[in-house]
Write a protein that binds this ligand. Sequence first.
Ligand code: SI3
Length: 341
Amino acid sequence: MTPRKKLEGLVAATITPMTPDGQQKTEPRSGGEFFPQRLRPPCPPNAERGKRELGVAPNPFSPAQFSRQINLPVIRQYVDYLVNEQNVKNVFVNGTTGEGLSLSIQERKQLAEEWMCQGKDKLDHVIIHVGALNLPECQELARHAAVIGAGGIAVIAPFFFKPTNKDELVAFLQKIASEAPEVPFYYYHIPPLTGVKIRVEELLDGIKAQIPNFQGVKFSDTDLLDLAQCINKNETGEFEFLYGVDEQLLGALAVGANGAVGSTYNYLGRQTNLMLQAFAKPDLALAQKYQFLTGEFLNFVIKLGFGVAQTKAVMTFVSGIPMGPPRLPLVDASRQKQSHD
Ligand SMILES: CC(=O)N[C@@H]([C@@H](O)[C@H](O)[C@H](O)CO)[C@@H](O)CC(=O)C(=O)O
């Protein structure tokens, strides 16, 4: 087995492209030979995608509104854009930016497969978020991610019935991680959205004994003290800490974050890579300059109301790749603006 390349640097939190009219684009296109033949056919044309999801034939008469809204054919162009234009070679699929929790299980699998397929020989790491509100779905997605050869899986804390302490949270994560024991496992810490505020530093204690494939944390919180304490505990460097608040990445790098996962790396990847280079040099003044640029941009758009819908609009504008509208309950950025006017 070739040793795994360490996950560091930038990871784009991918957007899920959707068609404006709810119709799935079906034009056939070429794809790589990714999946082992015995498991599944390699990158079939999109018309066929979804018909053979783990052997389950979809009902052609069902209102497949939800699965038809995903614009799978643009993923290929998206991969090329990230790699060639933004110099970003890692992706985090089906997370917050990807509206993962608003997609059906089947859609999440299709997207994961598409990213694996189109990213073959182009991307370094494809991490699939497999978190959901119930264990069976998380486990199913974890097994699926393992079958398609994902470079890692990540899980958020469930946020309807919430774990109230570290043991409950670890027990939940363990049941998912053990379904894909060979796949590096990341805890996705995002308390502003989950409301689960269990400190990661606490969670790390003894984690390897319970989750042998535990690989690290996607840390999407502003609590840099918690992050710093995690990194301080990680003396041997066995875990990776990927920071998820793009506007203060430089602070996270200063306390030792290995890299970052975020929405802005879709279109500000090249610029943020320059910040990473300046920080590594070290040229702190230059690194600050880049961080301030991101901060100014985000400060401006956050005041106007910034979220996944706006990320889709910005990415469409910058890359020229049609990302489409978000799925309800999120609404199109232009409509959202109108309703606020
Ligand atoms: C709440 C949220 O969406 N946070 C973003 C950030 O990249 C965020 O968009 C950025 O820092 C701007 O505030 C990421 O942490 C989310 C993310 O990585 C994901 O899509 O899973």
